[in-house]
Write a protein that binds this ligand. Structure first.
Ligand code: CA
Length: 426
């Protein structure tokens, strides 16, 4: 087989068997995000404990300390990320065996703790964070608001566009988000004011966690790119649109984004996602084909992932409202393409680095992954079921992202959640 038709994507194995059950009974319920077919990696410590976080997996309503299968991770999962897919797969195999065989229950159970009794930590320490812009629908819908004549820039279909974000303000789900101050140019004025953002927004995204990175000067081939991916998390790229509107030209977003980014605590591995692959995005008629380094037969065939991501809003009056729901596979560029493009100039990536996919919006109006797009920049505020309106997020609002993968032939798996509550500025 020639280099371009090698298919190195992870094959299905017995850990994906939909009939496999766990002796942890809550893992066998249809609604759980964490059946035995998922086995994500995370970090925990007991509530009220001040020591280091340790590696764990999620199973039903419980977490299992990885020491149950003789795997030691302390402080972060960066070392595990650096080890590569054979090691991640070996641990997955051990966990699958230990949690499905009743005979192992007695030795494993002392390492099992209810999720409600533990605190989940930031799974990796990211040295660098890059955020892409890969949904054509998001690019088109938001571009149309600002530049109706040319909503999508000519480079969009040639490369996955990105900006460098701040790793220092990445926080784990459950962390409160303080409304940021910034420079804002009031409508009709020619002088900015320094004020709290009045247009706070979310962006519904996935985060790609880098596993073994690349050295400076080393590029990555398309069919090798997934070997550099440890897994996915949910990612909310909180955005202050009024600050962004004044600052973003000509170098892109800066303080409008860097005040906070929320990720979910569970890293869902590509092996767990193997049953939920889908083809690369089907380009529109007359679109150019990707340049050769950004495509391969294998990537065309199943380089994308079918992951339905939802954004939920809970306000002080409204319990839970679904704002949007979209499938990641409607994004124009897929994970391997992002990794290839990122390394194509020889820029190094390190284990634990995070690449945001960019806002995931599908073709329908209800599939828009940001308030900017859902409410058309405040022109058509989103009407909640209790009569409240939202053109932007209010103080006291909690925005939660969640995601699930389902397919009739396999057990559905979920991502847990990435949640944050907006607090009034100080
Ligand atoms: Ca973003």
């Amino acid at each position: 087989m020639g280099k371009n038709v090698r298919n190195r994507m992870i094959k299905l194995n017995k850990t994906h068997n939909p009939d496999l059950k766990s002796w942890v009974t809550s893992a066998n319920e249809d609604t759980t995000d964490f059946p035995i077919q998922n086995l994500p990696f995370g970090l925990f410590r007991h509530r009220g404990e001040s020591g280091s976080f340790r590696g764990c997996t999620a199973i039903g309503d419980f977490i299992l300390d990885l020491r149950a299968v003789n795997v030691e991770c302390v402080g972060s999962l960066n070392t595990l990320a650096s080890k590569g897919k054979q090691e991640w797969s070996r641990i997955r195999g051990l966990l699958s065996h230990a949690l499905s065989n009743e005979i192992q229950r007695e030795s494993i159970e002392p390492y099992l703790f209810p999720l409600k009794d533990v605190e989940l930590g930031l799974p990796v320490v990211a040295r660098d964070y890059t955020d892409f812009f890969t949904s054509y629908y998001h690019a088109y819908n938001t571009g149309k608001l600002f530049k109706p004549d040319e909503p999508v820039t000519p480079n969009f279909k040639w490369m996955p566009i990105a900006y460098h974000g701040r790793a220092s303000s990445i926080v784990v789900s459950g962390t409160d988000i303080l409304r940021p101050y910034g420079q804002i140019l009031p409508v009709g004025e020619n002088q900015p004011i320094m004020a709290p953002s009045r247009f706070l927004d979310f962006e519904s995204e996935l985060g790609i966690i880098i596993g073994p990175g690349n050295k400076m000067g080393e590029t990555i081939g398309i069919d090798d790119a997934e070997d550099r991916i440890f897994g996915f998390v949910l990612l909310n790229d909180w955005s202050a649109r009024d600050i962004q509107a004044w600052e973003y030209q000509p170098l892109g977003p800066f303080l409008s984004k860097s005040f906070a980014t929320t990720i979910s605590p569970w890293i869902i591995t590509l092996e767990a996602l193997a049953p939920f692959r889908s083809p690369a995005f089907k380009r529109f008629e007359n679109d150019p084909p990707p340049l050769p380094h950004l495509t391969s037969k294998s990537n065309e065939k199943n380089g994308h992932f079918s992951i339905r991501i939802e954004a939920h809003l809970r306000s002080e009056e409204c319990m839970n409202e679904i704002l949007s729901s979209a499938n990641y596979n409607s994004s124009y560029w897929n994970p391997a393409q992002l990794v290839v493009h990122h390394a194509s100039n020889g820029c190094p990536m390190s284990p634990g680095d995070i690449l945001g996919t960019g806002t995931i919006s599908g073709p329908e109006a209800s599939e828009a992954g940001a308030m900017l797009e859902l409410g058309q920049m405040g022109a058509k505020p989103v009407l909640l079921s209790n009569g409240e309106q939202r053109g932007a997020l209010n103080n006291g609002d909690t925005l939660t992202l969640c995601a699930r993968c389902s397919d009739n032939k396999f057990r559905a798996i979920g991502f847990g959640e990435a949640s944050g509550k907006i607090l009034q500025e100080k």
